[in-house]
Ligand binder design. Structure first.
Ligand SMILES: [Zn+2]
Length: 460
């Protein structure tokens, strides 16, 4: 047996320690290296990813953008086509040539401040522009190409329509706008339903808690990705006061592109009469046979017209097609117009500032027949709208007004076929609360199953 002295022992431990330290340090070093290597690899991978990204072919305006240095800017105040090209290293003789050759397609004086333009420049060291692209709006663009021969043309960006659906239920104290807001849906859907589709059937100012809707609509996208708003509502279902109202958009004239909304029974939802002779107005006094006015000693002074308050100068519209029978003045009516629409209906518009039609003239629905004023016996600017049916003044809001244009018999068959899949689709969209109920139902079933299984286990 060898005796190991203390010193030797110390040395051995020391050596060992050194060895350990060295080993430890080596290990750390190695791990740092490997770490670094990993980071390096990551960077390399990123670079590859970047390069791969660069390799993705990008097209816009019908050009492969990868082949150019793309310069994007907007027309600045006082910018001219010549200045833009000059700023981008193109000389005046050539600018003159380009303008001359392009002028039949596009008047370069029409460049509008703030509109975007794109220059496609050569990828060499000079990076000279070879093409100028101007976008007067989101869809259209004008290309002035001077790469080889100078030529100019206008074109449209590709448009994509995406079908979507939405539902909503109005909770107490809530509004239809809030319902849409909560789901991040466009308010345009309300305007379309209120003003286009259900303007004659549902008063959107009097919606009730519990009223609910479903819509199938299309969103519009430009260049696949730029959202350009709601395009149209294809079909809708609105439950107002527990009464269902279906609406389906249908083309009644393919040549003229006329479209209307019809019920599931092919009834036109639009009426032959506008709801009001002025837009953006409010009804200040309704048709009321028992109106009492303090000024007249609280005696009954029936109001057989409907007053629409609006600013002086607001256009007054003919509510339906017809022939002007009167365009004149009396002390009470002020300046007024009367229109005969057919054997049954006539309308009259009072207190105008000015009239825009003559007796005997044919007017179409929506034509401006005069402007809001306060001529005659009136306390403020408004139009008094009078509605005659078979020679008697009636309340237009209480009339079952005639359909705008009933669907023809031959089209009716086509329509009923057309709406079958749409109605099926609409009926199979669940309201949010229905979906929640279904989930609750299924969890209940699950709970029951567990109970039954527990039962079985306990019996065993
Ligand atoms: Zn009135």
């Amino acid at each position: 047996m060898k005796l190991i002295t203390g010193e030797k022992m110390f040395n051995m431990i020391f050596k060992n320690k050194t060895l350990q330290t060295v080993l430890l340090m080596l290990a750390i070093f190695a791990s740092i290296i490997s770490c670094k290597k990993e980071i390096k690899e990551e960077i390399i991978n990123d670079e590859i990813a970047l390069e791969e990204e660069k390799e993705i072919e990008r097209y816009e305006f019908g050009f492969k953008l990868n082949d150019y240095v793309v310069v994007r800017d907007t027309i600045r105040k006082g910018d001219s086509f010549g200045q833009i090209l000059e700023r981008n290293k193109i000389g005046y003789p050539q600018i003159y040539n380009i303008v001359e050759k392009a002028k039949d397609t596009f008047n370069i004086a029409r460049l509008q401040e703030g509109k975007p333009y794109t220059l496609l420049c050569s990828k060499d060291s000079l990076q000279l522009p070879t093409c100028f692209i101007y976008q007067p709006n989101k869809e259209d663009y004008v290309v002035i190409n001077f790469q080889d021969s100078i030529h100019a043309y206008t074109n449209k960006k590709p448009i994509k329509y995406v079908e979507k659906d939405a539902t909503g239920t109005i909770a107490p104290g809530s509004s239809i706008s809030q319902v849409l807001d909560e789901q991040g849906l466009s308010q345009v859907l309300v305007y379309m339903m209120a003003d286009d589709i259900y303007a004659w059937t549902i008063d959107f100012n009097r919606l009730q808690p519990g009223d609910k809707f479903k819509v199938i609509y299309t969103d519009k996208y430009i260049d696949d990705s730029t959202y350009a708003g709601v395009h149209n509502i294809k079909a809708a279902y609105f439950e107002h006061n527990k009464e269902p109202f279906y609406a389906f958009e249908f083309e009644t004239d393919k040549e003229k592109g006329f479209r209307d909304y019809f019920s599931e029974e092919a009834k036109n939802l639009r009426r032959a009469f506008l709801k009001a002779p002025v837009q953006f107005s409010r009804v200040s006094s309704r048709y009321n046979l028992k109106r009492r006015i303090a000024y007249y000693g609280n005696r009954i002074r029936p109001h057989k017209g409907t007053d629409f308050a609006a600013n002086i100068g607001t256009p007054i519209l003919a509510t339906a097609n017809g022939t002007v029978t009167k365009s004149s003045y009396t002390r009470g009516n002020g300046k007024y117009v009367k229109i005969k629409h057919n054997a049954t209906y006539s309308t009259q518009y009072l207190h105008m500032k000015n009239r825009n039609v003559k007796a005997g003239q044919f007017v179409k629905q929506g034509d401006v027949i005069g402007w809001v004023g306060m001529t005659g016996n009136t306390g403020g600017p408004h139009v008094c709208y009078r509605f005659w049916k078979n020679g008697k003044q009636v309340d237009p809001f209480r009339q079952k007004l005639p359909e705008a244009e009933p669907i023809s018999d031959s089209l009716k068959i086509e329509f009923l076929e057309f709406i079958k899949p749409l109605k099926f689709q609409l009926d199979n969209i669940n309201f949010l609360e229905e979906e929640m109920n279904m989930k609750i139902d299924s969890t209940e079933i699950l709970d029951k199953q567990i109970l039954i299984e527990d039962d079985l286990i306990s019996k065993e």
